[in-house]
Design a protein around this ligand. Structure first.
Ligand code: HEC
Ligand code: HEC
Length: 279
């Protein structure tokens, strides 16, 4: 926590500075007169209005490492496939999850951000962790960032194949000689890793129930916190305000999100090695 305040100012806009101080020193003792002079020195910072209990941050950290770190990096500092959340304006603007919550629950399926079905408590933990990381990132303790490009060649093909057919359950939906035949030719390197972790182009089905009780089913084309849009059986695009309708989404690719809780780094490396043999 001993980063100089000048450096902080150089790196980040003022609003960010305020927020990160507020969050990170949540558990520090009350200020001393010296505090104002040496912002950024441990234990010498004014008491913040908002504090996150350490247990909550810890729970959030564990969940983040399971579900989010592949893409956003272990410490939320960004990975190859997801943006740096510690520098995200959305995160900076977030108050008690009002911005982060909807992104996590709805995802941005068309942009590579899956949606997560998590409880309010789980989301609260993630939010506490992400905000806390905004400051930790500044200390540059940093850490591993997802899976690096240079890591992609380090896996064991045979172990990957075993995981694919066994513990990973991949074979229940995929076949190396069927849908995944030639996958290594269609996608290379990080692009292949992205497809494996969270296949972008996968389509979900959605059934929308209108206020009248009528239902419309189709392929989900658009979803955010305000709008749900689909392409119906005639090929027409239709959309509604989410608050005017009810809708139910069926996406087999959610299995990939569930896998985030199971993979170890080694599993991912081994799977990558194996998939890269499927030309
Ligand atoms: C498969 C990769 C992937 C996973 C897993 C993932 N994300 Fe994301 N996330 C992304 C991508 C890609 C974006 C950027 C989407 C865009 O460009 O709009 C994003 C965007 C976000 C944003 C918005 C950032 C901004 O500035 O707009 C937040 C917040 C976020 N993710 C949180 C999470 C959390 C929390 C988790 C775990 C529960 C998670 N993500 C899991 C890929 C991922
Ligand atoms: C419950 C079913 C299910 C399971 C289990 C599953 N997947 Fe998938 N996977 C999908 C669906 C659905 C898609 C999207 C297919 C599409 O693009 O239409 C997909 C897409 C993919 C793709 C991208 C294919 C392409 O052509 O772009 C890869 C790679 C992949 N999965 C690998 C895996 C691996 C590795 C595992 C195991 C660790 C796994 N999947 C487990 C359902 C599953």
């Amino acid at each position: 926590m001993a980063l100089r305040s000048t450096l902080r100012r150089d790196l980040l806009p003022a609003g960010f500075l305020l927020l990160s101080l507020t969050v990170s020193f949540a558990q520090e003792p009350a200020p001393t007169p010296k505090a104002q002079a040496e912002v950024g020195v441990k234990q010498d910072v004014p008491a913040p209005p908002k504090s996150y209990p350490p247990e909550l941050v810890q729970k959030g950290a564990a969940l983040f490492r399971q579900d989010c770190s592949f893409c956003h990096g272990r410490n939320a500092g960004g990975g190859e496939t997801g943006p740096d959340l510690t520098r995200s304006k959305l995160v900076t603007d977030d108050v008690d999850g009002d911005k982060i919550g909807p992104v996590v629950r709805n995802g941005r399926p068309d942009k590579g951000m899956p949606r997560f079905d998590l409880s309010d408590d789980q989301i609260a933990g993630l939010i506490a962790f992400i905000h806390t990381q905004q400051t930790t990132a500044l200390t540059k303790i940093g850490g591993r960032k997802g899976v690096d490009a240079s890591d992609l060649q380090t896996g064991n093909v045979e172990a990957g194949k075993q995981y694919f057919n066994g513990a990973g359950g991949c074979a229940t939906c995929h076949s190396p000689s069927g849908d995944l035949s030639g996958i290594a030719s269609r996608h290379q390197g990080l692009d292949l890793e992205k497809q494996m972790l969270y296949p972008k182009h996968a389509k979900s089905k959605v059934t929308v129930t209108l206020a009248s009780g009528q239902t419309v089913a189709g392929t989900l084309e658009y979803l955010d916190e305000f709008t749900v849009g689909l392409v119906d059986s005639t090929g027409s695009y239709r959309s509604w305000r989410t608050r005017d309708v009810k809708f139910k989404i069926d996406s087999p690719v959610d299995a990939h999100v569930a896998l985030f809780d199971k993979y170890t780094d080694d599993d991912i490396h081994n799977l990558m090695a194996y998939l890269q043999t499927l030309h």
